[in-house]
Ligand binder design. Structure first.
Ligand code: ZN
Ligand code: CU
Length: 484
């Protein structure tokens, strides 16, 4: 009789391909998927009845700012409770490594923590720290352009010189040699906005030889978004690497209704080179409080403020009224601060979410005391609100966006599919009840309907409770041969 550690019986298997789920038994042994099919002759130490449930590859959160939280909070409950088994850190130009600070981290690196959180002068030191911390989820890491700039430049409101670019290239190469997944930029932020396209190209040139990718928070997500997308495409073409447009959106009221135009432009670019995007399933964004985004017509919630911590949770309109000033002046007084901007149209977000090239990325901010609910709700929200309730896509397609598509794009070998021999990163959920419960008013709440989560074969979450297993690994980039 064949033996295995874990057997999940009679379950609807959504294998990551995009196809509709099909009933099967799945056997797990030694951290990998041993067999899939009709396995009643198998003997197992642990047997799960999967009747009425769906088994999918563990979700891959391609857009996170979990760089320091995977080390400081290795239980990773916000992600594990959603069925996420791998996070990609280092997005938007900001990464925990390689970093040498002089003083406090500049905006928006401060989203990752204060100066004490940045302890990794080399990427190798960071990868080592992840392994030592034993997080509950796997971690793949990008290197942030802004982090590199800050290591080599006395001020960030200008383009880098040739010597500075050379210094950044040396550090990026060290990171790629130690398994970095790619380079990220945050060109909209003032700390990177003055960099030239050529500066980014000079860095991106190193990526192709390592099989790495370029992920970008565009230079503009508002009126000039198409020019910003064109810049991203030119950088990808110059470096001959795949491009991921981070949290694609049409931000700002003047930009509402443009998703069709933006996606048409993306489709055209996709005919010529590998390019995709990620998206979070909410009509609101969140980051540091940016004076350029203050618009009295847009609801802005303050998530934190160094100058006025007591104002966290209030809207900028309330604060401005209490102080008897304009919102822009209130925003100035709150600095440095964080905010949620309700500046996206629901219809645009849905159109982008539905696009076949769109992956799911939470963009959650784990250091915020009152975080945007995407930190705890993104993946169950895609399955519950957008797949089951609104019928935006079939279940198989929802799973593909969260599993095989990102595994292939980010070079996560033997993950993202339910296939024999693949790592047993798995999530068991109830398709009839799975949903997010975190809200803008009450954002720190675990989703419901996630029944069990395995990471590298270890049962890590069960019945709304972490088991205490922390079986995640640092994932160096390795192209996924099986899905090419
Ligand atoms: Zn971003
Ligand atoms: Cu981000």
């Amino acid at each position: 009789m064949p033996k295995c550690v874990t057997l999940i019986r009679n379950v609807e298997v959504a294998d990551g391909s995009g196809r509709s789920p099909e009933i099967a038994d799945v056997a797990i042994d030694q951290g990998r998927i041993l067999a899939i099919g009709s396995l009643h002759n198998y003997e197992a130490e642990n047997i799960f009845d999967g009747e009425g449930k769906v088994l999918a590859p563990g979700f891959i959160d391609v857009h996170t700012h979990d760089d320091t939280s995977v080390i400081r909070g290795p239980q990773m409950l916000p992600k594990l409770s959603q069925g996420v088994t791998t996070v990609v850190v280092g997005n938007c130009g900001i990464s925990a490594s390689p970093v040498q600070l002089r003083g406090e981290p500049p905006d928006p690196m401060n989203l990752l923590g204060n100066a004490e959180s940045f302890r990794y002068p080399t990427f190798a030191a960071y990868a080592h720290a992840i392994s030592a911390a034993q997080p509950a989820v796997n971690v793949a890491a990008l290197v942030g352009h802004t982090a590199l700039r800050n290591n080599h430049m006395d001020r960030l409101d200008r383009a880098a010189t040739g010597v500075e670019i050379e210094g950044m290239r040396v550090q990026l190469q060290e990171a790629l040699d130690h398994g970095a997944t790619g380079l990220s930029t945050g060109l909209a932020y003032l700390s990177a906005h003055s960099s030239s396209t050529e500066e980014v190209m000079a860095l991106a040139e190193l990526l192709a030889a390592a099989g790495a990718i370029y992920a970008t928070h565009l230079r503009s997500e508002t009126e000039t978004i198409l020019q910003a997308m064109d810049e991203a495409v030119r950088i990808g073409k110059h470096a001959a690497v795949p491009v991921v447009i981070s949290h694609l959106k049409c931000a700002g009221i003047a930009n509402w209704g443009r998703s069709a135009e933006v996606l048409e432009w993306l489709d055209h670019a996709r005919q010529h080179q590998p390019i995709g995007c990620d998206c979070y399933p909410y009509a609101a964004g969140s980051s540091t409080l940016d004076l350029r985004q203050v618009d009295e017509r847009v609801k802005i919630q303050i998530t934190w403020s160094k100058a006025h911590p007591e104002k966290a949770g209030q809207t900028l309109a309330q604060i401005a009224e209490a102080w008897g000033v304009q919102q822009i002046e209130a925003a100035r007084r709150l600095q440095p601060a964080g905010a949620i901007y309700h500046s996206i149209a629901e219809q645009d977000m849905q159109a982008i979410l539905r696009h076949p090239g769109t992956m799911i990325g939470s963009d959650g901010l784990p250091n915020d005391p009152l975080p945007h609910p995407r930190l705890w709700g993104t993946f169950p929200r895609v399955l519950g609100r957008y797949c089951r309730e609104q019928g935006l896509f079939p279940l198989g397609e929802a799973v593909r966006k969260m599993t095989s598509l990102p595994a292939q794009r980010f070079g996560l070998a033997d993950r993202g599919w339910i296939r024999e021999g693949h790592y047993a990163d798995l999530v068991l959920f109830d398709p009839a009840t799975v949903r997010d419960v975190a809200t803008f008013e009450d954002p720190v709440r675990a989703s419901i309907g996630i029944e069990a989560v395995w990471v590298n074969g270890a049962l890590s979450y069960r019945e709304q409770t972490p088991t205490g297993e922390r079986a995640g690994r640092f994932l160096p980039r390795r192209p996924n041969r099986s899905t090419r």
